[in-house]
Design a protein around this ligand. Structure first.
Ligand SMILES: Cc1cc2nc3c(=O)[nH]c(=O)nc-3n(C[C@H](O)[C@H](O)[C@H](O)COP(=O)(O)OP(=O)(O)OC[C@H]3O[C@@H](n4cnc5c(N)ncnc54)[C@H](O)[C@@H]3O)c2cc1C
Length: 422
């Protein structure tokens, strides 16, 4: 157990990762915690989350992390009451026009069979899912999956940590100075907070903070967008599960459009093959759509610029498996609520959680497109390291920042065919 004296811990970043770490640290220790953020807690990448969760992942370590997180989310509801935050088991349906290709590495075997069920009977598909295009050949439904109210869950954890004495500090961390036995965290270039340990939980800006301490993590920041539109033609049933098109595709442009894009360097990419993973779900009376096709790593910015064509591209792609969505591609219903955030990720799409080369500096980050569903287990794991626990879950080494020195883990990384990104 860590005690107050000589154990002040600064958590740098109050997104869901920093908040979950603060919660489990306050639950399992008496450490003095200062949670620092430039903005309101939970307001940067975390506020952009689609709030979806699932326990199926192509790799066992990710399956175990998200399963543990789902267990912890249920535990929170058990402790604070069913109404503490919304968690619905509305399911995930991966769909494909191809009967043979494994969807998202979902080959049924002993290890994976319990996570999902498959339907490939055309009659059952058309009866159960009449809104899908008639050529859809296969549906893989992840059973333990749905949506959570991330803001509700994060606020609950924040409040609980505050009740245990956690302090919040508002300001931009502009420097961290290592003194003989402490770290001075400098806010807005003026104020200093002296602490014994640091947790880097800065989302897309994790390397900005890490660099202040002479550290760098192997991450990339890739902007991904989503949008919400009304559904005046009632195309999407309100109880439709989160539905993901697993197939790659070329978009179906007209001859004139294709000719125009071909001769313009800035539009040529629209003729390239797009990846699988386009996703749709009902949102209130409207529809929320996303497609993480962008692959460009960029320097993160606080103010994000949105792309004008994104809704049209996604609706065109979506009409391939929900034919009626073409009605909206030609005439997008308004208002369109469009937003974006960074998937901060490692190449293999596994997070970074644990101690760094500096034994008093810890990291929880690179949570890519799975940070809200795995926050509880990630926060708990980070705290287990801070509290120097001997027993760690089996998945811990896979997410440790030093995993790139472990040849067995490197072999597994190289073997991965599907990084699980949606
Ligand atoms: C479009 C989109 C959809 C997504 N959908 C899902 C989904 O359905 N399910 C899911 O599980 N995940 C989803 N994610 C991923 C999830 O949202 C993220 O993984 C998660 O929110 C990351 O949390 P974080 O705490 O690491 O980062 P953030 O939420 O970005 O928090 C980092 C915090 O650090 C602060 N900070 C950074 N630098 C400084 C500094 N110098 N000084 C002070 N403060 C600083 C920032 O202000 C910020 O509040 C999605 C992400 C995006 C972008």
């Amino acid at each position: 157990m860590l005690h107050n004296k000589d154990n002040t811990i600064a958590i740098c970043g109050a997104g869901i990762a920093g908040v979950a770490t603060a919660y489990y640290l306050s639950k399992y220790s008496n450490a003095k915690i200062v949670l620092i953020d430039k903005h309101q807690p939970l307001s940067f990448t975390t506020s952009k989350s689609g709030e979806n969760f699932r326990d199926f992942w192509p790799q066992p370590c990710m399956r175990a992390l998200s399963s543990e997180s789902i267990r912890l989310m249920k535990e929170l509801k058990h402790e604070y009451g069913e109404d503490a935050f919304r968690m619905s088991f509305s399911g995930y349906n991966f769909i494909s026009h191809n009967e043979a290709v494994p969807i998202f590495s979902t080959q049924v075997d002993e290890a994976t069979g319990k996570f999902f069920e498959e339907i490939s009977d055309a009659d059952i598909i058309s009866q159960k899912y009449p809104y899908l295009n008639e050529k859809v050949k296969r549906i893989v439904s992840i059973k333990n999956a749905g949506a959570i109210d991330v803001y509700g869950m994060g606020s609950l954890m924040l409040k609980a940590a505050k009740m245990k004495g956690m302090q919040e500090a508002k300001g931009e961390i502009t420097n961290i100075i290592k003194t003989t036995s402490k770290y001075d965290v400098v806010l807005d270039a003026t104020k200093k907070i002296s602490v014994d340990k640091i947790v880097i939980a800065a989302g897309p800006f994790m390397n900005y903070i890490a660099n202040m301490l002479g550290l760098t993590f192997p991450i990339e920041n890739i902007l991904q967008q989503k949008f919400i539109i009304p559904d005046p033609n009632k195309i999407i049933p309100r109880d439709m599960p989160f539905t993901i098109y697993a197939d790659e595709q070329y978009l179906d442009w007209s001859e004139e459009e294709a000719a125009f894009f071909k001769q313009d360097e800035s539009y040529k990419w629209l003729l390239d093959k797009f990846p699988g993973g386009l996703h749709i779900k009902p949102e209130g009376q409207g529809i929320k759509l996303g497609w993480a096709f962008n692959r460009v790593d960029e320097t993160p910015k606080w103010k994000i610029t949105l792309s004008d064509y994104f809704p049209q591209i996604v609706l065109k792609g979506a009409s391939r498996f929900m034919s009626r969505l073409i009605e909206y591609e030609k005439n997008i219903p308004t208002p369109v609520i469009q937003y974006a955030g960074y998937y901060t990720r490692t190449k293999e799409n596994w997070p970074l959680i644990g101690p760094t080369k500096d034994s008093n500096v810890f990291v929880i980050g690179a949570l890519s497109g799975f940070g809200t569903m795995t926050a509880c287990a990630a926060g708990q794991l980070c705290v287990q390291y801070i509290l120097n626990k001997n027993e760690l879950p089996d998945y811990a080494p896979y997410f440790h920042p030093n995993r790139y020195q472990n040849s067995a883990i490197l072999r597994e990384i190289r073997k991965n065919k599907n990084d699980g990104q949606l």
